[in-house]
Design a protein around this ligand. Sequence first.
Ligand code: NI
Length: 150
Amino acid sequence: MAIRKIFKEGEDILKKVCRPVTKFDANLGVLLDDMFETMAAADGVGLAGPQVGICRRLAVVDTGDDRLELVNPVIIESDGTQIGPEGCLSVDSSKNCNVLRPYKVTVKAQDRTGKEFTGTYVGLTARCICHELDHLDGILFYTKEYKDAQ
Ligand code: NI
């Protein structure tokens, strides 16, 4: 395993819509393992493909409650709301802000072997999944900053 370079805001790849993963080979497993290691070394709870320079639809999440590898993920159901602070390993922490997210999401994805699975997650894991899936569409969290109506 290896720690990969984390791309920072301002790099074009973070604004791109990623393509699906089509090859479920050994390289994909290495990439996902590297992403887990890179995320842990940076003290993050989620990391998406474009953040390590790979414009493909994949992400890893480890919130302590749930450890997930998401290949070609799609949110198929969401419920409730939560407002809470977010940051990103690709964005300076001065841009951390509150974001409105669903409280619960059901995501359908594949694992590194191509096997499909569906899971339902709440709280921080749900927030994290939404944040990482946004990366796959070139969206950074602070563009969705939640501002109180006051
Ligand atoms: Ni992020």
